[in-house]
Design a protein around this ligand. Structure first.
Ligand code: AMP
Length: 282
């Protein structure tokens, strides 16, 4: 595996591979099995797998965890090398934003104003800014994103379509701990009690799936999720039941849906979701 730190070197290395199917997995590092599932999906489809590890400053709000976000480049490099990744791209912010940031890539659609955007109003601009730059640089044929960040996936898919980028944006299933907690680099912030309490998110979502199947009304499903999380000392940021593609709120649960949750346990904000797409639960 080549570890590349500069845009110049990456361009030069990729010039040897044009014509191959290039697959790309963007991450912020401190890798776990969720990230590795994207890497495996990428390797199964692409000739060349590029993984970026970049804690992107522009997607963090002023009072968020940019400084304390967990970082361990050596550990990440070992994990990626043993997965057979071809290129690990680990740039400094000055490589990605060499002249600061005068050019914003913003998806102006309702989907960028909802769910996580309500408490993190600048987050998705930061995400589209960095992913657009990485797509321009790498020009991947396909890029792999986790469904855990369902809103991010929908926004990136829209951006790629609108900008005629030509990269196929592929969503991959959520990877969970054996007890159901969705894997996240931020799980490392949880105290042992918060770690137990946080299970209420996945439990409430599993229950919600059953509630939907039994014909329960959307508002009741929502309320039940909120109750379960609050009983476990969680502070609910939002529970929303929406169309998985447009993120428009839905009331009738007779087709595809996304039930998305964000909740705080202590100071740690976690997100998770379940969805039915094309009639299948994912
Ligand atoms: P991050 O490093 O948190 O920015 O995540 C990088 C990519 O990994 C994103 O596409 C996430 O959606 C994906 N990801 C993070 N956690 C999981 C998970 N538990 N299961 C599947 N994908 C995940």
């Amino acid at each position: 595996m080549k570890i590349i730190k500069t845009v110049k070197e990456l361009r030069s290395e990729l010039s040897n591979h044009r014509g191959e199917r290039i697959g790309f997995v963007p991450t912020m590092g401190f890798l776990h099995a969720g990230h590795l599932s994207l890497v495996r999906a990428c390797r199964s489809k692409a000739d060349l797998t590029v993984v970026s590890v970049f804690v992107n400053p522009t997607q963090f709000g002023p009072n968020e965890d940019y400084d304390r976000y967990p970082r361990d480049e050596e550990r990440d490099a070992n994990m990626l090398a043993s997965e057979g990744v071809d290129i690990m791209f680990v740039p400094q912010p000055s490589e990605i934003y060499p002249e600061g940031n005068a050019t914003d890539i913003t998806v102006n659609a309702d989907m960028t104003k909802k769910l996580c955007a309500k408490t993190r109003p600048t987050h998705f601009d930061g995400v589209t800014n960095v992913v657009a730059r990485l797509f321009c640089l790498i020009k991947p044929d396909m890029a792999f994103f986790g469904r855990k960040d369902a809103q991010q996936l929908a926004i990136i898919q829209r951006m790629a379509k609108d900008l005629l980028i030509g990269t196929e944006v592929i969503g991959c299933p959520i990877v969970r701990e054996a007890d159901g907690l969705a894997l996240s680099s931020r799980n490392t912030y949880l105290t042992p009690k918060e770690r137990v309490d946080a299970l209420s998110i996945s439990k409430s979502l599993l229950q919600a799936e059953k509630d939907v199947d039994s014909g329960m009304h959307a508002e009741q499903v929502r309320e039940r999720i909120i109750q379960t999380i609050e009983q476990a000392d969680g502070r609910v940021d939002y529970v929303e039941i929406v169309d998985p593609n447009t993120l428009e709120e839905i009331e009738l649960l007779d087709g595809d849906y996304l039930i998305a949750v964000a909740a705080y346990f202590g100071k740690t904000r976690l997100i998770d979701n379940i969805a039915r797409m094309n009639g299948e639960c994912i």
